[in-house]
Design a binder for this molecule. Sequence first.
Ligand SMILES: Cc1ncc(COP(=O)(O)O)c(C=O)c1O
Length: 339
Amino acid sequence: MPDVKNLGFGKYFSDHMFQLNYATSKGWHNGRITPYQPLAIDPAATVLHYGQALFEGMKCFRQTQGDLVLFRPEYNAMRLQNGADRLCMEAPPVEIMIEGIRQLVRVDQAWVPKERGSSLYLRPTLIGMEAFLGVRPASEYLFFVICSPVSSYYSEGADPIKIWVEDTFIRAAPGGLGATKAGANYAASLKAALVAKEKGYAQVLWQNVTHQSIEEVGTMNVFFVFENEIVTPALNGSILPGGVRDCVLKLLKHMGLPVTERELSMDEVRAAYQKGTLKEVFGTGTAAVISPVGELSSNSYKMVINEGVRGPIATELYNHITGIQYGEKEDIFGWVQKV
Ligand SMILES: Cc1ncc(COP(=O)(O)O)c(C=O)c1O
């Protein structure tokens, strides 16, 4: 395995992968662990033409005491099932998905890094495999899982990131695919991310179709800490229901802090900023866990949040969640599962 300092995110892959096939006539069959290898796909496969592609992102940690654990695997397996339903795909039963992942991690356990802040990122993926050019759901699918040892997602590491408030492009719309991890959502997001990067911003803040309410930041859910309330946009069908978002909601309630899921606009955020009642902004996601936002800017304004440094709530949440992941804090919600 490469030196942990050079891991970055998603650059290296472990030696093996899990594969499982579906055909209408056979159901799920031929589950196997194979060497990491290219796939043979018929050029007429639905994934290549009509985007029947869905994925997940989850992590395996090597805890301080040496145990290997998966973090909330059911959450990811259920989300894949929900996404498959929206995309009219077949998804493997939750137990089979998790058992495949568990066996794969056992085989490739040497690839789980031990340094704090690093982990083995798992990428379960589901694709339509039937060779047929009519537009309808495929009758054959491949579910596979690959593993990538990772450290930090952003080059900023745990430092605050700069976010561009996107007011032209949108990522998803009500009634669309935004609540799923369909590959198509990420294709739709690339243009805005590229333009933001050229301006020196790590990612964009996505708004709804009329650009009047806040949805997500980059590939993370977003939280705003105001003086008397912590707010995250309510799930509205175009926002991805993030696993870490769910952890943060549970932890904040457990800590007795006032957290609300509701609609929120940039006008409200800017007004609070001007009054001095906007204390912190942070993104939540599997890759970076908690990512503080140090700047929110658009063509007409620039807001530096909490003087551009990580705030106390983001710090507490990061320490608490990673403490549970690495086995240093009590897992009161039952989030980790031994491999
Ligand atoms: C668009 C988007 N929003 C939010 C998230 C956060 O979800 P999770 O906390 O399950 O990683 C992700 C994925 O990581 C994402 O791709």
